[in-house]
Ligand binder design. Structure first.
Ligand SMILES: Cc1cc2nc3c(=O)[nH]c(=O)nc-3n(C[C@H](O)[C@H](O)[C@H](O)COP(=O)(O)OP(=O)(O)OC[C@H]3O[C@@H](n4cnc5c(N)ncnc54)[C@H](O)[C@@H]3O)c2cc1C
Ligand SMILES: *[C@@H]1O[C@H](CO)[C@@H](O)[C@H](O)[C@H]1NC(C)=O
Length: 250
């Protein structure tokens, strides 16, 4: 694949932590791990690997840095990153369900990957999807029961009364990733919508927590969003790449 913009991030032990704009600028040292793609998965992997101070880890990202990118920093502006230099500009194959039309498919082309431009909704899949993944792969580690210890790495922090907005029994309180319940409720519209849902019943019934493993139903939306701070006005996008304490400390 032809890469127009190359951003390289070196995370080494021995206090070296830096980002480089070209491959040539990267120090000529022995890397224990080279991760291709500085998106959500690549960044978390780099963060975890560098918890071991003996590892030198290099992350190669095709897109530019996320620093100072308004479309990424200001949550409501993320859609403007579509079809820009921060997007891979993908198009789907013709969709049967869309009368044969192709549509654009946004994917982050910058450090932090799609976590730098996503909607910031904190969503977990249905328990049945994880159990099916476990059965298809033959790896019980993917089951809903067995991923619980990973889900506990995100926890809810907020300073307003969140009673009735989510089920605290399915969330942890000591995770590293901060999640806030919704801050912009519209009581009049919400009440009418939830009443309509309850009248319809079944799959439309009020669902206290869509992240419990059973996502069907109507719930308070945005159900849970990912912010770093407890106050919406102070909040910033939590990008996967921010989870690099060894890098940020430099
Ligand atoms: C517009 C949008 C809204 C979304 N909203 C939500 C939401 O509200 N809630 C939610 O939970 N999820 C949401 N998602 C989904 C979520 O962001 C993704 O599932 C997640 O970020 C994917 O992580 P990843 O590591 O698989 O890929 P990415 O985070 O996309 O990372 C891939 C990285 O690899 C880089 N790369 C690719 N090819 C190369 C190469 N050859 N060399 C070097 N680097 C390369 C890319 O530039 C990118 O940085 C949204 C996604 C998008 C695009
Ligand atoms: C996506 O399209 C925009 C606008 O044409 C362009 O500036 C950008 O470079 C494209 N992104 C990639 C990864 O090629």
């Amino acid at each position: 694949m032809f890469l127009r913009l190359v951003l390289v991030v070196g995370l080494a032990s021995l206090g070296l932590c830096a980002t480089y704009g070209t491959i040539q600028a990267v120090p000529d040292i022995k890397w224990d791990f080279i991760i291709v793609g500085g998106g959500t998965a690549g960044s978390v992997l780099a963060s975890r690997l560098t918890e071991n101070p003996n590892f030198n880890v290099l992350v190669i990202e095709a897109g530019p840095t996320n620093e100072g990118v308004a479309e990424s920093i200001i949550p409501g502006l993320a859609p403007r990153a579509a079809l820009s230099r921060y997007d891979w500009n993908f198009t789907t194959v013709p969709q049967q369900g869309l009368n044969g039309r192709s549509i654009t498919l946004q994917r982050g082309h910058l450090l932090g990957g799609s976590s730098s431009v996503n909607g910031m909704f904190y969503t977990r899949g249905p328990a049945s999807d994880y159990d099916r993944l476990a059965s298809v792969t033959g790896d019980a580690g993917w089951s809903w029961e067995n991923i619980q210890s990973y889900l506990e790495k995100a926890s809810i922090t907020d300073n307003h009364d969140v009673k009735g907005e989510f089920d605290p029994t399915v969330h942890s309180t000591k995770g590293k990733v901060a999640v806030t319940p919704p801050n912009d409720l519209n009581p009049a519209v919400d009440a009418a919508t939830l009443q309509a849902g309850n009248e319809l019943g079944g799959d439309f019934q009020f669902n206290l927590d869509m992240n419990s493993g059973k996502p069907l139903g109507l719930c308070v939306l945005p159900h849970l969003t990912v912010f770093q701070a407890t106050d919406l006005l102070d909040s910033v996008r939590l990008v996967a790449v921010d989870d690099w304490p060894r890098c940020n400390a430099q």
